[in-house]
Design a protein around this ligand. Structure first.
Ligand code: ACO
Length: 441
């Protein structure tokens, strides 16, 4: 079905919520729109000259909608993930990362001409300025590749100062193409840097993921010949990470972008957020856990430890998914394709047995704990010879179109304002300052 032929979800209004302020007995009727009330309407409750009115206290935004968005739909209870309305399973099966990137950015699937132009534009923006290469070479030999990535993406803003014109659609498109194109170059170079290997320049005759593999692994051969099965598996992994609505890093991109800064700076904030272990680092923790368990016979003892609250089964559970994470199912299949080329990662057997036992155990069943995207992805990355520090870089390359699609939506959204949450102040007031020479006398 084409987008014009189908119906977008209607905005549901004409519903209200009556709130009684028991401090005064006053009643307020708040409009409910799409299951939300406006925080500003709550602010009218009890508002006087001395009282700013009721605010919402929501650390971590666990129940606060910060935007209306038409990019990604998730139903965590049912295990559904859709980009622009298309189920992730169909996109992973039959699309490519660049086509999905087009879909996320433009909101529509491309025609053949649009697709070819898009792929051409991205392919011919993969090179970066030589000074940026010098900047990367200046990092310490053991620099974390995510630190290098976030700095170099931030530095791109200095090479393209016109990017500040965020209200010009042509300028915006140019930066989006540049960023999607250059991210694998910067990611691959941060990988080579840690190994003391020369940086490999992009090969524009290869596809997006083939070229990425070439920049990662090419040595003295005149032309790198990537295995198509590995390129396909990596492409699928990038698709699976391309967007996930208002997660921590996307919120960082939107929050920083709301100051109307250029998109390189906003995306580097997203990379910084992804760097944290609570967001992008769980697959690394899964690998460490599997290695520690070591053999299948140790699994029952490990599970008992988890149930006793000694530790967590990493790669299980999700804030949003209370069902099998749809991405985990697809990754499980990609494992087979990758291991056909690389040989089976011996940790796979432990992971599968762990999953089997956990899915039958009352502790996990009653808490709706299922494998998430990170349970199997680390196994694939390891089989592809990536060190754990690179896992999050791969995530960042995949997430770039999602960050940019959300940034575009933000820039055009008339309702958005500079992000500036309220606080509940708990500190002292109106203390009298005593100058240092008197305090220290
Ligand atoms: N192993 C064992 N028990 C768990 C796990 C787990 N992985 N996850 C949740 N639980 C338990 C909790 O202890 C809690 O039990 P209780 O009700 O007896 O206290 C119950 O399940 C509910 O868990 P919460 O912590 O309330 O769930 P929340 O939504 O806050 O946390 C999270 C989600 C952080 C992902 C959690 O499941 C977790 O830590 N999982 C392991 C880490 C991981 O895999 N993270 C990757 C997430 S995917 C991503 O970010 C890309």
């Amino acid at each position: 079905m084409t987008r014009s032929a189908r119906h977008r979800r209607p905005i549901v209004t004409d519903q209200t919520l009556t709130v009684r302020d028991n401090r005064t007995g006053d009643e307020y009727e708040l409009e409910i729109t799409d299951g939300t009330v406006r925080a500003s309407d709550l602010g009218k409750i009890g508002k006087t000259e001395d009282d700013p009115g009721i605010a919402v206290y929501d650390p971590g935004f666990t129940n606060t909608a910060s935007t209306r968005s038409a990019v990604t739909f998730i139903d965590g209870e049912k295990g559904i993930l859709e980009y622009r309305g298309y189920p992730i399973e169909q996109l992973a099966e039959s699309s490519t990362f660049l086509e999905v990137a087009y879909l996320l950015i433009h909101g529509e699937l491309p025609t053949k001409e649009q697709h070819d132009q898009w792929v051409h534009d991205i392919t011919f923006h993969t090179f970066v300025h030589e000074n940026l290469k010098s900047l990367m070479q200046g990092f310490r030999y053991d620099a974390h590749p995510m630190g290098m990535l976030l700095s170099s993406v931030g530095a791109l803003s200095t090479f393209y100062p016109e990017a500040r014109a965020i209200h010009d659609p042509d300028v915006r498109r140019e930066q989006i193409v540049r960023m999607i194109a250059k991210m694998p170059t910067l990611g691959a170079w941060s990988f080579r840097h840690a190994q003391g290997k020369p940086y490999v320049y992009p090969d524009n005759e290869l596809s997006y993921t083939e070229n990425f593999l070439s920049m990662l692994f090419k040595m003295s051969e005149p032309k790198y010949d990537p295995d198509p099965r590995l390129a396909k598996a990596l492409d699928v992994l990038l698709i699976l990470h391309a967007d996930h609505e208002q997660n921590c890093s996307t919120n960082a991109v939107r929050s920083v972008g709301s100051s109307q800064v250029d998109p390189y700076s906003a995306v580097s904030a997203g990379i910084a957020a992804l760097y944290g272990p609570l967001h992008g680092g769980a697959n690394e923790a899964v690998l460490r856990m599997l290695k520690r368990i070591g053999t299948k016979d140790k699994i029952p003892e490990f599970i008992e430890g988890v149930k006793n609250g000694d530790e967590k089964l990493m790669g299980f559970g999700h804030r949003v998914y209370k069902n099998y994470d749809p991405r985990a199912k697809i990754i499980k299949k990609a494992c087979d394709d990758v291991f056909e080329v690389t040989g089976v990662n011996p940790l796979l057997e432990i992971a599968q047995e762990l999953e089997k036992i956990a899915l039958e155990d009352e502790y996990f069943v009653s808490r709706k704990l299922y494998p998430n995207v990170d349970f199997y992805s680390g196994l694939i990355y390891e089989a592809l010879q990536f060190p754990p520090e690179m896992f999050t870089v791969l995530f960042a390359i995949g997430r770039t179109p999602g960050w940019l699609a959300q940034w575009l939506e933000l820039v055009d959204d008339k309702e958005q304002k500079i992000a500036r949450p309220k606080q509940v102040y708990t500190g002292d007031r109106t203390l009298e300052f005593v100058p240092a020479e008197q305090r220290w006398a």
